[in-house]
Design a protein around this ligand. Structure first.
Ligand SMILES: Cc1cc2nc3c(=O)[nH]c(=O)nc-3n(C[C@H](O)[C@H](O)[C@H](O)COP(=O)(O)OP(=O)(O)OC[C@H]3O[C@@H](n4cnc5c(N)ncnc54)[C@H](O)[C@@H]3O)c2cc1C
Length: 381
């Protein structure tokens, strides 16, 4: 984008090179085996992107939404699954600790999370509470100097391997009585109850977590009791923007792959590129991808310049994943039978991208938020 700073351009190049060398070559194999790319994750620590938005005092890069989204786009082109795990770590866990935790908690957890020695996750969703996350039922009760947590968390990205979990609980009877705890691996009463197998994002582990009289010290509480609704709201925009960045990467990867294939595959004695219907598909996919890019990075630019918008962040979260799924389906069509096979990346990109229409708030929830914001006054009637 024309307004990227020299540092952002440098970051883009570094991440593109890293993704080509460390992420892309392993994507197909690890997708089949349903395994996490731990080597690439540790490499991201050396690259300095695991704390992309975190305070430099704790080892972070201190950058904004544009930088974080650039990383998502570049990694997302290579492997959306690895990128989802990167997002859960760097945005859902590290960024939340950075914005909401005490200086002592930050000093204790951020350096190892940012270097890549530790892996983080964020646990909000529950088996019975997904879109209605604020209805969560996992309870934390204070007993002496400790809290006892009971309940379960569902769909937690990195949950089976996280050293540090940022866990939302209910600490009162009011709707907004939500409190977060930083729970360490091995805490008594805390376990992984199930690993979840998925159609896509298979290089990103997903788990159900169980809390059975799990005891954590008061010092694990983030902020005061009941602070978590406000904490949650603070970071919603960057969470929605960055997941849309993965979809931008998916769309661009599909366009690149289609251009390559149209120049190689011959039918009726000519490259596919010669057929007007194929040209139309590529021209439309590329136009849609460029539309996505310009919308997304404009919203990032505004966010970084103090104009956070819940409506715009929800719009990019709604529109980019939807468009990327359509583009990935078109890319499969353009590849014919080979597109439907595992020989080319487009089927994996489609399976992976579908998650972005569900995770971090479904399309329907984004529509509800956008409509509520736009119709606020009219709804008062
Ligand atoms: C691979 C993966 C990774 C994830 N990672 C994490 C993570 O790291 N941490 C975490 O906390 N969560 C995570 N999630 C959970 C994710 O955020 C939820 O799946 C999502 O919010 C939807 O919740 P649900 O699955 O319970 O669906 P439900 O809320 O049950 O929704 C089912 C359907 O009903 C629709 N719906 C619901 N309410 C309404 C309404 N009022 N009006 C209209 N339609 C409605 C939904 O849009 C959807 O189509 C992950 C999920 C997946 C699949």
């Amino acid at each position: 984008m024309w307004f990227f700073t020299p540092e952002e351009r440098e970051l883009q190049k570094t991440c593109r090179d890293f993704a080509r060398a460390e992420i892309a070559p392993m994507a197909e194999k690890l997708d089949t085996e349903e395994k996490f790319n731990l080597k690439a994750f540790r490499g991201m620590g050396d690259l300095g992107v695991l704390g992309i938005t975190a305070d430099p005092d704790y080892g972070g890069a201190g950058l904004g939404a544009t930088a974080a989204t650039i990383v998502m786009e570049e990694f997302g082109k290579a492997d959306p699954g690895t990128t989802l795990s990167f997002l859960a770590h760097s945005v859902l866990c590290v960024n939340n600790i950075n914005s909401n935790a005490s200086p002592e908690q930050k000093a204790k957890y951020l350096p190892k999370l940012i270097s890549g020695e530790h892996i983080g996750c964020m646990a909000m969703s529950e088996p019975g509470y997904g879109s209605d996350a604020v209805g969560m039922q996992t309870k934390a009760v204070k007993t002496g100097n400790d809290y006892i947590i009971n309940g379960s968390k569902m769909w937690i990205t990195n949950g089976n391997m996280a050293d540090v979990s940022y866990v939302y609980t209910r600490t009162g009877t009011g709707k907004k009585d939500l409190t977060t705890f930083i729970v360490e691996k091995g805490a008594p009463g805390f376990s992984v109850s199930k690993e979840i197998h998925k159609m896509g994002m298979r290089t990103s582990p997903t788990a159900e977590l169980a809390f059975q009289n799990c005891k954590v010290p008061e010092s694990a509480r983030v902020g005061a009791e009941g602070d978590s609704t406000v904490h949650m709201m603070k970071n919603l925009e960057i969470e929605r923007i960055t997941i849309a960045g993965i979809s931008l990467g998916v769309a661009q990867a599909c366009v690149d792959q289609c251009i390559k294939y149209a120049g190689e595959r011959k039918q009726f004695g000519r490259n596919l590129a010669n057929f007007q219907m194929i040209q139309k598909m590529i021209a439309e996919m590329a136009t849609e991808t460029e539309t996505m890019r310009r919308l997304l990075y404009t919203v990032c630019y505004e966010y970084d310049h103090g104009h956070k918008s819940n409506t715009l962040a929800s719009m990019v979260k709604l529109q980019l994943p939807k468009m990327a799924t359509k583009i990935a389906l078109d890319a499969i069509q353009l590849h014919g039978g080979y597109g439907y096979s595992r020989e080319f990346p487009v089927e994996r990109l489609m399976r992976d991208n579908k998650l972005n229409e569900i995770g971090a708030g479904t399309n329907e929830v984004m529509i509800m938020i956008i409509a509520k914001n736009l119709l606020k006054d009219a709804l008062k009637e």
